[in-house]
Ligand binder design. Sequence first.
Ligand SMILES: [Zn+2]
Length: 329
Amino acid sequence: MTRTVSGIDIPPVPDGARGPKVPPRGYLVEEIAGGVHWVTDGGYQCAFVVGEDEVIAIDAPPSFGGFVTRAIRDVTSKPITHVVYSHYHGDHIGATDQFSADAVRIGQEETYGLLKELDDPMRRPPTVTFRDSYRLDVGGQVLELHYKGNNHAPGNIFIHMPQHRVLMLVDVIYPGWVPFANIAMSKHIPGFMAHHDHALAFEFDTMITGHLTRLGTRRDVETQREYMHDIRDAAQHALELTPAKRDLARDSVGLDHVYTYFSTMYDAAAAEAARPVIEKWAGRLGGVENFAVNHTFIMYQSLRLDDNARPNVVFFPPTDSSDDCAHDH
Ligand SMILES: [Zn+2]
């Protein structure tokens, strides 16, 4: 049942959106398989892999900062010789300065370019870069890094550990939950959509996703793909609703304040089109009540700007009729 706290409705957390309890010390560290570990504070996730004589760290979010080294030291005293960056964002690699300056840092070449430009002492640029793929084979552990194009961020990669059937992809899949706002703040929506299929093409049982409450599975990727296709259908519907909402906006707020006019039209179309998505997914994916309208709006804009089958919707109405022959501004 939805609770109301301080006037704000809080929908129930679906059972599938719950994860393991994080101990009071502030982080949980667990072995997934064969030396591959994940670390979480209940909101962020990173990983490390223990080899014969070394440790390969993957990301270090500032949200639990120095706890990453502590979590590694809970498990092993071997040196941290390699650091893999999932992508350039500070909320995932902004605490990688805790690792030795001598450690080999590996990232995709877009990540290198962005970190070079941003010049953040907490995020040293990678010392080893690659364009499409890179195989790290050290201490009996194999990490295959693959870049499949822009998605959540340029340079955001798959980190596959084929021996253990573990796949890491950060900020794309949200097990038990819908993606974060603005379709996971994606820089490229078509690439974000394609990453569901790219993920399923890898052999894996367990996925480390960088966020939220628990690890993921193939089923979580399939579920999110279904949700995102529902959002795409809703966005298509929102485009079809646009002529009616355009006239509604013109008649209610007028055209003088053009941003008020646009936001009235967009909000009405997205809210109506997202309604069946919310009905279908409420209780199944956490956060659909929070973000489905926003996701529909973002997808609507992507269909308009990115899609090859761009709809020719007239966004600016004539003042005296709802005739679709009006000029398209
Ligand atoms: Zn990110």
